[in-house]
Design a protein around this ligand. Structure first.
Ligand code: GRF
Length: 220
């Protein structure tokens, strides 16, 4: 059975969606970089090993990265899933786990990297927003894209409304991609996400139903 490990910083709703998905693998541990990350208690309540590596206890980013990497290796995971993990990881860390490190980002990459993605999308006036799952490389939110889900931006949306609509899709998309990886149908090859033929047919883009006003117009 393959082993996966989840890194979190906060609420842990993406972590929960992964744990609830019945993935073909064992969750070896959940590691947080903040002792108060709510997701840690949730993982513990499900009998999953948890660990805190508090970034504030380290003199440098490199020292934190190295302690985190050693902790991860202790659990010997095949797959590492960043799920709302809000620390930038250095090149050495990323290269150490290259090909088995995934992230979910709340935008349609390559648009809106970094933080406050929903505010960025509203400010830009895009009509389509969403989330992306990608392999992690040293370029922040710039690694090869694996799959995306798109949602419409609706008139009157504020940051919270848009974030909530995207989060629903995050919770569907991330477990799907994690399953592909654990089933051996997804790998990083020559800097690109390589999906098995079957996944290519199923589609790595998920576009939920259009908002009712658009659907109506399209069927008229
Ligand atoms: C999610 O939107 C994730 O994509 C982003 O931060 C949020 C974390 O939420 N990076 P949660 O901790 O998974 O509930």
């Amino acid at each position: 059975m393959k082993r996966y490990l989840i890194l979190i910083s906060g609420r842990g709703s993406n972590m929960e969606s992964l744990l609830d998905a019945g993935l073909p693998g064992v969750c070896a541990a959940v590691i947080g970089n903040r002792p108060d990350a709510a997701g840690l208690a949730l993982a513990e309540s499900r009998g999953i090993a948890t660990m805190v590596i508090d970034h504030r206890g380290f003199a440098s980013r490199e020292k934190f990265d190295s302690a985190l990497a050693d902790a991860i290796d202790h659990f010997a995971p095949d797959l590492i899933l960043l799920a709302g993990f809000m620390r930038i990881l250095g090149d050495a860390f990323v290269e150490r786990f290259s090909g088995r490190l995934l992230n979910i980002h709340p935008s349609l990459l390559p648009s809106f990297r970094g933080i406050k993605t929903h505010a960025q999308a509203l400010a830009a006036g895009v009509r389509l927003h969403g989330c992306s799952v990608h392999f992690v490389t040293p370029a922040l939110d710039g690694g090869p894209i694996i799959a995306q889900a798109a949602v419409p931006v609706q008139a009157g949306d504020d940051e919270a409304a848009l974030a909530a609509r995207v989060l629903i899709e995050e919770h569907l998309l991330y477990p799907r991609v994690a399953r592909w990886f654990l089933e051996g149908r997804l790998q990083l090859l020559e800097g690109r996400a390589h999906l098995s033929d079957q996944i290519a047919v199923e589609g790595a883009l998920h576009v939920p139903q259009l908002a009712p006003q658009f659907a109506q117009r399209n069927s008229a």
